[in-house]
Unconditional design. Sequence first.
Length: 756
Amino acid sequence: MSISQNALTVLERRYLKKDENGKTIETAQDMFNRIAGAIAASDKLYDEYADVSKTAKTFYDMMSSLEFLPNSPTLMNAGRSLGQLSACFVLPIEDTMENIFEAIKQAALIHKSGGGTGFSFSRLRQQGSTVNSTGGVASGPISFMKVFNMATEAVKQGGTRRGANMGILRIDHPDIMEFIDCKANNNEINNFNISVGLTEEFMNAVESDSDYDLIDPHTKEPVKKLNARAVFDHIVDAAWHNGEPGIIFLDRLNRDNIVPSQGEIESTNPCGEQPLLPYESCNLGSINLTKMLKCADDKFSFDWDKLSETVKNAVHFLDNVIDANKYPLEKIDFVTKQTRKIGLGVMGWADSLLLMGIPYDSEEAIELGEKLMKFITDEGRAQSAVIAEKRGAFPLFSESILPQDRPQRNATITTIAPTGTLSIIGNCSSGAEPIFGYVYIRNIMDGTEMVEVNSILKNELEKRGLYSDEMMKRIAKEGTIAHIEELPEDLRRVFVSAHDISPENHIRMQAAFQRGTDNAVSKTVNFSNSATREDVAEVYSLAFHLDCKGVTIYRDGSRNEQVLNIGKVKKDEISEADSIQESNIVPRQRPDAVMGITEKVKIGCGNLYITVNYDNKGICEVFTNTGKAGGCPSQSEATARLASVALRSGIDVKAIVDQLKGIRCPSTIRQGGMKCTSCPDAIGKAIERVYKQQADLGAWPAMPEFNSKSVDSLLQPVKGNEDVAGKMRLCPECGEKLEHESGCVICRNCGYSKCG
C-alpha cells in the first residue's frame, strides 16, 4: 500500500479512529479493512451464502491500491457506530413556519452526521406579502436562509465535518434580485453556496432581450415583469464580484429526472453536481484515473479492461453502501432506497493527461474526456443491470424513464463530484479539474522554504536535465510555466495550469464530461483577476448552448476565501499591505489603574477564574487562575497573555473572541452541564461579556464587526490586486493557503473543505 506522507497526515487528522483522548488508534490499512468489511456485509442481505470475505478483499484491494475511494462520510463512518455514509441530501421547504423549522431540525441532524444539504427556497412567499393566518407580512426567503445559516454555524462546531448548504432560488421568484445580492458581503450567509435556478424560457428571453414574469409562489400568479437581460447582467456582475451566485439550469435537471412521477427536482447538493428529489441522498465514489493507465514503449494510455473491472467493482460497492448506511432520518432511508441513486466519478484526470502528453485544453483531451465518461457510464449501467438480475431493480423502476426492457438496480450511475480531500489521499489531481499550480513554496517554522513540485512535472524536468531549485522557485512565483522561455515549447504546451486555460475551454471540458454523465459535473471555471464581466457572460451563454447543467465561476482574487496564491514567494515583491504584516505592531502600555470583573467558570478539570480588566480605551488585560482541582494553568495563562497583547495592539475584540470561542477540549465536552467547551472558549466568552456589558452602558460602541484592523485584514493580498475584495484567506485549521475548485474551497495541506 503506497500512501504519501500528505495522505497520511490527512487521514490522521480526519479519518482514522481516535480514542477519547484524541490519540489515533487506527492505521490506513485498518481503515480500509474496516470499510471493506462493513460494505461487503451487505451481500448477506441478498444471499445468505455470499462469500463476504472474498468481496471484502476485492473492496480492500481497490481502496488500498488507491484505484477507487468512496466519499468522505463512508471513509469516516463505515464500520463505526455512527454509520452515516452519504455525502449529500436535499430537503424540501414548504411555505409554513412549522415546515421551515422542521427542515432546520432535519438539516441539523444531517450536519451532525457528517452530510451536506441542499434546499430550494422557491416555495417561500416573497418579502412583504400577506400572511393570512396572522395578518402579518412574510419576511421572505433570504431572511430564512439566514436562520438556516445560523443553525449550521451552531451545529458545525461539534462535527468531524463542517455542515455545508446549497441555497437555490428560481429566477422567476419575486425576491430574485435580493437573492442575487445576498452574498455580496463575503461574511454574510457563509455556510451556504448559492445558485440561481434558470429556466430555458428565461435564457431565451435573455437572448431576445425581452421581459419575463415574476411569479408569486403562493398564488402562482404573475406579479411583476423584469427585463431578462438586465437580470442576467446582474447575476454576471455578482459572480464577477465574488463568485456567487452560481447558476443551474432547472429544466435540464428535470429533463433527466429518472422518476418524474415523484415530483420536480428543485435543488442539488452543496457543490452543484448532484440533483436530488426531496429526501433523497446520494452515495459518491471516485475512480483514480492515474491508476487506470498502462505504459508501452514509454507511452501511457488507458487500460480500458482494467477500467471496466474497476467500474463494476465500484458500482457493487456503492450499491452495498445504500444498504449499509445508517440514515439520519427514516424518510431519507425510505426515499433513497426507492431510486438507489449512486454517483460514480473520477479524479486524476489532469494528471492522466500529463502522463499521456495531452494538453488539457486540446481537442484531443476534450474528445477523450467525453469518451471516457461515456465508457464509465455504459459499463456502470451494465453492472447495475447484472446486480438487478440478482437483487431486483430499484422499486420505482417501472415509473422511470429508463428503457423498461433492461431493469436497473440504480436510477443514476455517474456524477463528477469534488475530490479535494480524496485526491490528496489518492495523490492525484482533483476531479475533472486542471492542475491549479505545479510548484508550491511552503514556509517552515524555522524560516526555511520547502519546494513542493508536481511529481509528473518533476520527473519530466529531471529526465530532460532541467530541474533546479531556482527554476522551481521561479515557477512558483509566476504560477505557470507558460511564459518561461528557457523551457521547451512542447513541455509548456502540455503542462498548462488552470489560469493558462481559456474560460471557453474550461466550459468545453465540462460539457464533454457532462455528455457522458447521468447527474452533473462539479467544476470551477477559473478566470484571471483581469477578466471582465463580458467574459463571465460569455461563459454562461456558452454553458447554456453546450447543454451544461450548471456553472460555477471564480475570478482570481475576488473574495476572502482566495484560491491558492501561486504567484508569491516569501520576501519577493512585498506590497504595501504585506508591509503591514511584516511591520512590528507594539502594544500600548498597561495603564496604572484599571477596572475589571472576575468570574468563576466550571471547566472539565475544575474551576477557572478569569479576570478581564479595562480602562477608558477598552479592554486591556486578561489573566487567569485555576482552582485547586488543577487544569492547564500554563496554557490558560499563555492564552490570556496573548489576548492581552492583542487587545492592547488594536486588534478587534470580535476578532479575538471569534478565534477563542468554540475551541473544544475533551475534558470539557465529555461532561454535561458545562457552559464552555474549553479554557480558551471560557476566556473568549468572558471578554465578550465584559465588552457587551460596557457597550450596553454606553461606554463603548456595540460589539464591532470585522474592520480594517481585524486579523482577517492582516492576511496577504493577492499579487496585483491589493484592494479589500482581493485579500486572501488561509486555511482555518492549518494556516496554509486555500484553493477554489469544483464549486468548493479546499486546503491541499490538511484536507479542510468548506463544503465538508
